[in-house]
Ligand binder design. Structure first.
Ligand SMILES: [Zn+2]
Length: 302
């Protein structure tokens, strides 16, 4: 009887061990598959974020290009069979990217589950630049700018109509005088400027400081010209310029109001005149609901 009891208990233990193993293996399988799903989800979140940010700066001008660029990024960072949905939101100022993926599972097949589905969505939005540092001391009067076209950023003796009561379009930022102006032109003004700020004009043509400032920037650029410079982060020839309400002020040094910011590629200079080609680009700075003159800030939104 004792022997029988022991044998019986051995059998029970075996059954318990076998059941325990099965449960343990089941858990391990679950953990492995859940981990794999999680990994795929992280990839999709990153791909969606990158895609939305990559495409959004083509908005609101070119929704088609925004979507095409976002799709390309999503595919580059994802898998060829990912399902990608892209749409513009917020009146063409936001770009929403959704990516879904079927994930083949390893262990859950035992339980008859072959595949899992993961998804991620991201929305990026653009704003006008509301405030920034490293602004060049040039004021361009508010107008409709067209991509790639050349504009006078600072008038010189050859510019028709200039000067306007002694003003050629230079701004006095953080101090007056040609030396401060030259420094600001070379390196950008170290202070923070915002839309709505009132700043003083800096009268005078300042041919020498203007030439030195522009030459300094062009000498630091080795990107090979307009096409590559405008897509290179930190190119010194790409400058953020305050857009002002007026230049034809009554007195020599008068206050003007910053109504927005634009981005220009420094094209050339002659007799104190600086010309630049208008571009639209993302820049570092404070975002806000301000008039959009091409200097844009992008960020992901919930
Ligand atoms: Zn460059």
């Amino acid at each position: 009887m004792l022997v029988r009891l022991i044998k019986c208990e051995e059998g029970a233990v075996l059954v318990m061990v076998a059941t325990g193993m099965a449960v343990l293996l089941g858990f391990l399988a679950l953990v492995a598959d859940v981990g794999f799903l999680y990994l795929n989800r992280v990839q999709l979140v990153n791909a969606a974020d990158a895609a939305a940010l990559a495409g959004v700066w083509h908005l609101p001008e070119d929704p088609g290009e925004a979507k095409a660029v976002a799709r390309e990024y999503a595919l580059t960072n994802g898998r060829a069979d990912d399902e990608i949905q892209i749409q513009t939101v917020d009146g063409d100022r936001g770009l929403q990217v959704r990516i879904n993926r079927q994930v083949d599972l390893f262990f859950a097949r035992v339980m008859g589950i072959d595949r899992g589905r993961v998804g991620a969505a991201a929305t990026a939005r653009i704003w006008g630049l509301a405030g920034a540092r490293n602004i060049v001391p040039l004021g361009v009067v508010e107008q409709n700018f067209e991509f790639g076209h050349e504009y006078v950023l600072k008038a010189g003796s050859i510019t028709p109509g200039a000067p306007y009561t002694g003003n050629y379009g230079a701004l006095s930022l953080g101090g007056t005088g040609a030396k401060v102006y030259e420094n600001n032109l070379k390196n950008g003004y170290t202070g923070f400027l915002r839309v709505g700020d009132r700043v003083y004009t800096e009268p005078g043509n300042m041919v020498g400081p203007t030439r030195k400032g522009v030459e300094d920037r062009t000498s630091r650029c080795n990107h090979g010209g307009f096409e590559s410079c405008i897509v290179t982060v930190g190119c010194p020839r790409v400058v953020v310029v305050p857009i002002i309400d007026r230049l034809n002020v009554p007195g020599k040094s008068e206050q003007v109001t910053i109504v927005g910011f634009a981005v220009f590629y420094l094209q050339g200079f002659k007799s104190g005149e600086i010309t630049g080609r208008f571009i639209r680009r993302l820049v570092d700075g404070e975002k806000g609901d301000v008039p959009d003159f091409g200097a844009m800030v992008a960020a992901l939104v919930d």
